[in-house]
Design a binder for this molecule. Structure first.
Ligand code: TNX
Length: 539
């Protein structure tokens, strides 16, 4: 009754109050269904509390919502568990739906096929990673079948609040949320970005911050490119010199670095809390100069190469004709698999120009079997295509021409695809000729170009069902700091996120551009060093 009285009083007061500064549809990625109700705005008040279903993972989402709201509002925002779904509260997170069991959260790991997340549930109660967000004067209620769905709903709620919600210190603000109903679910189960920590090394804090940016836009995978010619970035107990010797270099001659098992676990845990799955990549058989430096026995001539701090590719490789190489591959992949809770293990496979024909396919086929023996699913760059198919394997396509018969044939043999078209999704490409860092071998990628393609119809002779999702790689030959990472990712990352999450029918450049403009003040508040692309009418 007290709740009702408060709601009634608030409604009367709000007749005189200004409308919400954000419209219900002003969300990136665009939700599947939005039904605004301008008479039903909600105002977050000092006494706001979060009520959440009694489930550890849901409770953690509620805790993160409270952490999001406290700094800017200065409100205490207590969190209480309630078993009764009907309890009215100010902010309610309800775990309920077609698959509210513990196994349901596993479906969010994207091991399911692309079509599995669609159509598995009633339209207004999406399963999997979907959610339903209902804003009325009395409450904001998010309902989802999994904690991942609740988490994505919380990201939507965050964007519906005024941009000053991103302030790290209290702001005097009317914390209004636009009224109405959003029903939402992802188009593709795999939505990600890659960070190359090999060309330049980035410490744990930088990686965690990148995970924050992914989570904000409902991206659910972070691929770490952990090894390359210029550095080996993950400690391996059975081959310790990989990190201590192979990790001590980077492009340009800087100090390099590597993650201990504890560092890596910290990244895994931080990501998991944000419903982001880590995808570790050990690039084989090429891109291995740092490994050869540490263990010359792996080199074809058994001679240690010079440390490499340049930016050429394609010159190094582990010896595919030596059995010791396969001990190395099994030991490394075994340790990395054991550290990684997610289902994926990426074995690279790109640009091994000096391992040709059957030497290459033979090596890859053995490496694929080694991955399968760890219980993980093989991911590799699309150069893997000519090697024999292995159950479940996923190819990451980075071409610039959508007519790729070799990849189409691999798909017919059963491969699924992650799409990273070089000329749309390679965020190491410059925005414009005067962009101070970055490449241009795949062309310039302004925000519009990063947005203007359809993952469901990009590759000739590849059906949409074979597309697991999309990923934006950030190679770091020219990227040396967190500020430069943010400059290259933002504002293009939200464009990729919308292609990955939103239904095809929602894609609309003009609408996207206008919604994106509202994110500038949010990033400013959060201290994010984004690129003020001239294409966007920044607010
Ligand atoms: C190609 S794409 C590479 C990387 C480079 C990148 C630079 C791919 C699988 N390999 O080794 O860093 O181009 O854009």
């Amino acid at each position: 009754a007290a709740d009702l009285a408060r709601a009634a009083a608030r409604t009367a007061g709000d007749l005189l109050a200004p409308p919400a500064p954000v419209r219900l549809g002003d969300v990136i990625p665009a939700p599947e269904r939005v039904a605004p109700d301008p008479t039903a705005d909600f105002v977050l008040s000092e006494d706001a509390a979060i009520r959440v279903s009694p489930d550890p993972a849901a409770r953690d989402v509620a805790a993160q919502l409270a952490e999001l709201l406290r700094p800017a509002t200065g409100y205490p925002v207590p969190v209480t568990e309630v078993a009764d779904d009907a309890t009215a509260g100010h902010l309610v997170l309800t775990l309920s739906g077609p698959a509210a069991s513990a196994s349901a959260s596993a479906s969010a790991s994207a091991s399911a096929s692309a079509s599995a997340s669609a159509g598995e549930s009633a339209p207004d109660r999406p399963g999997g990673e979907g959610y339903r967000l209902h804003v009325t004067p009395a409450e904001v209620r998010i309902i989802a079948a999994t904690a991942a769905g609740l988490f994505h709903g919380v990201q939507t709620l965050r964007q519906l609040l005024p941009s000053s919600i991103d302030s790290p210190v209290p702001v005097a603000e009317r914390w209004v949320v636009p009224g109405g109903l959003i029903v939402d679910r992802p188009r593709f189960p795999y939505r990600g970005a890659m960070l190359d920590v090999a060309r330049h090394f980035f410490g744990v804090a930088d990686v965690l911050r990148v995970i924050d940016h992914l989570a904000r836009y409902k991206l659910n995978h972070l691929h770490l490119h952990l090894t390359d010619d210029q550095g080996w970035r993950i400690a391996v107990d059975s081959w310790p010199r990989l990190a201590t010797v192979g990790g001590a270099t980077e492009v340009g001659g800087g100090p390099g670095g590597w993650y201990t098992a504890a560092d890596y676990r910290r990244i895994v845990r931080y990501a998991a809390r944000r419903h982001v799955t880590l995808v570790p990549e050990i690039d084989l058989p090429g891109h291995t100069n740092a490994a050869l430096l540490a263990y010359p026995e792996l080199a074809p001539d058994k001679v240690a190469p010079a440390p490499y701090t340049g930016t050429e590719v394609g010159f190094s490789y582990v010896d595919p004709a030596d059995e010791r190489t396969y001990d190395f591959v099994a030991d490394v992949l075994g340790e990395v698999a054991a550290l990684t809770p997610g289902p994926w293990l990426h074995i690279g496979g790109d640009e091994a120009f000096k391992v040709k024909g059957e030497a290459y396919t033979g090596f890859i086929e053995r490496a694929q079997r080694i991955v399968a023996a760890t219980g993980k699913t093989v991911v590799g760059w699309h150069q893997l295509a000519p090697a024999a198919h292995l159950d479940g394997r996923v190819l990451q396509w980075w071409g610039t021409n959508g007519d790729d018969p070799v990849v189409a044939e691999a798909v017919r043999r059963g491969a699924r695809l992650i799409l990273s078209p070089g000329n749309h999704a390679y965020f190491d490409m410059k925005y414009a000729p005067d962009t101070p860092i970055g490449h241009d071998w795949a062309g310039l990628i302004d925000v519009r170009r990063s947005y203007d393609w359809d993952p469901g119809a990009h590759l000739a002779e590849v059906p949409a069902e074979a597309v697991l999702g999309v990923e934006a790689p950030l190679w770091t030959e020219s990227v040396t700091s967190l500020a430069e990472i943010e400059f290259m990712l933002l504002p293009r990352l939200p464009a990729l996120a919308e292609l990955a999450w939103s239904p095809r029918a929602a894609h609309d450049w003009a609408g996207f551009r206008d919604r994106l403009a509202g994110h500038g003040p949010r990033w400013d508040r959060a201290g994010i060093a984004f690129h003020r692309s001239p294409e966007i009418p920044w607010a």
